[in-house]
Design a protein around this ligand. Structure first.
Ligand code: GUN
Length: 285
């Protein structure tokens, strides 16, 4: 196997250890509200993982479960109560929602000071114009921010590189492309209507796949030595967790690759913890 593995678990652990040390040192009480609407089994697993991360960091996790039949008003009323609650620094509403709930309306209901998922449209706008940096109060979306850290951990300089993002979701693909562009990469975004996906992905020095389809990215679609970041979270025909890439085969060609599980997933959650701590630090401004 040629590719080096980018170990998301190890990198996430390092970030969480730093967060825990800061919270302890400054004697902070940091609270994260996690709201789950309905019974999506994958969402329940994600929410349980987030609780464990909170425990590791010394962040107090407040969980709210609403039935799948909850109305949009009920969800928004809960968010408004959490906006007003001084014990809550960050609010996360786990997606996907039941079909009758409007995603954008729910995202907009979260206070900009507590938008640790960075899903509000004004937050996305700040990311589009590059209004973020070391001392900024802008929250970065957790998965793309985690991907940036993984790319940096490979030692790859993003400036001037050909980056191809496969997937155009509001959660990952779009903000991912913007953040790579802000680092002066040449960015191409592909999606389900892209005519010849392989022809585009083969150009990529850095390939980020966030589609949700097992074995979409095969070895022949990858440039030798490329950094391959696999955001996919799928089940193969045996029910085993896998990403978008045919990992073993792609690893023969790529320079670096993230495993699934143990790559992007833990980094997303570590960056959520970082956003929540930042929300606490800026809560009195
Ligand atoms: N569903 C899949 N990823 C995410 C995420 O990062 N945040 C929320 N709220 N829901 C998700």
């Amino acid at each position: 196997m040629a590719a080096k593995i980018l170990d998301g678990n190890a990198l996430a652990k390092k970030i969480k250890t730093e967060i825990a040390a800061q919270i302890k040192r400054d004697n902070l009480e940091v609270g994260l509200a996690v709201v789950l609407v309905g019974n999506d089994p994958a969402s329940r697993v994600y929410v349980d993982h987030k609780k464990k991360d909170c425990d590791e960091c010394g962040i107090i996790s407040h969980e709210y479960r609403l039935p799948a039949s909850a109305t949009q008003n009920q969800v928004i009323e809960l968010i408004q109560a959490l906006n007003a609650d001084s014990e809550i620094n960050g609010i996360l509403i786990q997606q996907p929602f039941p079909a009758h709930i409007d995603v954008l309306s729910v995202n907009e209901a979260v206070s900009p000071y507590k938008d640790v998922d960075a899903f509000r449209t004004d937050t996305v706008g700040k990311i589009a114009v590059g209004d973020y940096g070391a001392d900024s109060t802008t929250f970065l979306p957790c998965t793309p921010a985690g991907v940036m850290e993984l790319i940096r951990s490979s030692g790859t300089d993003i400036c001037g590189k050909e980056c191809v993002v496969v997937g155009r979701s509001n959660i990952v693909g779009k903000p991912m492309a913007l953040m790579l562009l802000n680092e002066s990469a040449t960015v191409t975004v592909c999606h389900s209507k892209t005519a010849d996906l392989g022809a585009v992905t083969r150009r990529a020095d850095i390939l980020v796949s966030a589609v949700g389809r097992a074995r979409l990215i095969t070895a022949d679609m990858v440039k030798p030595g490329a950094v391959v970041i696999d955001v996919g979270m799928n089940r193969d025909e045996n029910g085993k967790l896998c990403g978008d890439a045919d990992t073993a085969a792609v690893a023969e060609v790529a320079g670096f690759i993230t495993p699934v599980p143990g790559g992007v997933g833990p980094m997303t959650r570590a960056l959520l913890m970082r956003n929540t701590l930042n929300a606490k630090r800026h809560s009195h401004e």
